[in-house]
Design a protein around this ligand. Structure first.
Ligand code: CTP
Length: 416
């Protein structure tokens, strides 16, 4: 017997980004989800009913008055495994936050007992307006995930926060939330900082010393944290991957730039310190002592000049050593030999709460979609993570972090 398809209600409100949601729908249906699209009446001005019906293979309606005998306004929400609203306009967020129920989508939101995700898209002014921000806070406090919009080109000539994230990345959010099977968003209301990728240490304008890190593990950590409700700052060094939906991405190149960005995000001026910092990046231990302003040339007759190196700051050790409140600090250790012994020594040396130790070699870890590790804890037993997708490892890391987080000073309201 085949397992029933996960049921997704895809709510679409009236924003021009509706056209991008066709791609999200396609990805959901092609990966075996049963999707019912519920647009608002005005959303159909942007993308028409035949497109949604053809791509989903299911009938589409906007009103509670269609097929009344089947009580669609209750049935859709009650039977859904996930309700995903994209784009969520300012008006939709306001109606959802206030529990209005004038059409099929808002009725569905009130009857859903499954996870609900909103992916807002609007002009920056509307997104930043205190009314919208208050509505977002209300929805998050009730347990919905509201994905931070991306920054970039908006409709017309303006740019700023308000863009709908890439549909492929929204699909990853949907997948990660469904994979948790309705478990509470245990990182809701938390701010986490993740570093990813590998730093580059410039030698001259065209050359650098770098490493093989792909950024896949750090990006998986960022994605899974978004799906568990966290606000995520992703400090990314030289990664060729799309921005994870909902994460604020800070791009850096060198270890010194990474240090500045991570320390600033971990303890932002005038704001509370981040709840957790996970250093998944491969930070170069050394950098060239002298940066040459012009390209180093071959000189005939003499061999190449040696490259003198100096040590870079150790960001993880700095996070571990400085006084902190309840912040949980997590490091990664790449080891080729004596994996556990080296890992234990590193955990103590760097003052982290957790250290994810994996064995690296020519064909292990770097650039691969899967990973295996053992997580060592400053207090408590180690946790073995068998080889599996980097998302699964990321989720185990967040389980261990969540277990160490102190309850917030102002308790979060219970989720529905
Ligand atoms: N790290 C850091 N700053 C550095 C070097 C490493 O913050 N300058 C962090 C990495 O992000 C990772 C952890 O420290 O979380 C361990 O990195 P690793 O390269 O395994 O350890 P090293 O300190 O470089 O130790 P060694 O090379 O001697 O094994």
């Amino acid at each position: 017997m085949t397992a029933p398809k996960p049921r997704v209600v895809l709510g679409v409100s009236a924003g021009i980004a509706a056209y991008k949601v066709c791609e999200l729908l396609r990805r959901l249906t092609e990966s075996g989800h049963d999707v019912h699209v519920v647009p608002t009446a005005d959303a159909l001005r942007f993308v028409g009913e035949p497109t949604w019906a053809a791509l989903s293979g299911n009938p589409v309606s906007t009103q509670v008055w269609d097929g009344v005998s089947e009580v669609p306004h209750v049935r859709l929400g009650q039977h859904a495994d996930l309700v995903f609203v994209a784009p969520a306009t300012a008006d939709m967020l306001a109606r959802a936050a206030h529990g209005l129920a004038g059409d099929l989508l808002t009725n569905t939101l009130l009857t859903a007992r499954c996870p609900v995700v909103f992916a807002p898209a609007m002009h920056t002014e509307m997104w930043e307006h205190p009314a919208t921000q208050a509505n977002v806070a209300t929805l998050r406090a009730r347990g919905s995930i509201v994905v931070e919009p991306a920054s970039g080109r908006l409709t017309g000539k303006d740019t700023g926060p308000g863009r709908l994230p890439d549909p492929a990345e929204l699909f990853e959010v949907a997948r990660a939330v469904l994979a948790r099977g309705g478990v509470d968003h245990d990182l809701a209301g938390r701010h986490v900082v993740v570093s990813a990728g590998g730093t580059r240490e410039a030698l001259d304008p065209v050359r650098f010393l770098g490493n093989r890190s792909s950024g896949l593990q750090g990006y998986a950590l960022a994605r899974t944290a978004v799906a568990r409700g966290a606000r995520v700052t992703l400090v990314s060094a030289n990664v060729a991957l799309p921005d994870p939906a909902g994460a604020t991405v800070v791009r850096v190149e060198s270890a010194e730039q990474m240090r500045a960005a991570v320390l600033a995000a971990a303890r932002p001026a005038g704001a509370a310190e981040a709840d957790a910092v996970v250093m998944a990046a491969a930070v170069a231990d050394f950098r060239p002592a002298d940066y040459r302003d012009s390209k180093i040339k071959k000189s005939p007759g003499t061999g190449p000049e040696p490259i003198r190196l100096v040590q870079n700051p150790d960001i993880l050790a700095e996070l571990g050593a400085r006084p902190r409140g309840d912040q949980v600090v997590v490091g990664f250790a790449a080891e080729t030999d004596d994996v556990l012994a080296n890992g234990r020594a590193k955990l103590a040396r760097k003052g982290a709460d957790l250290l994810v130790v994996n064995q690296v070699g020519a064909d292990l870890t770097f650039g691969r979609p899967d990973n295996a590790a053992v997580v060592l804890a400053a207090e408590g037993p180690p946790t073995e993570i068998p080889r599996g997708p980097k998302e699964a490892l990321a989720d185990t890391v967040w389980d261990l972090v969540a277990a160490r987080l102190k309850p917030p000073a102002v308790p979060l309201p219970a989720t529905t």
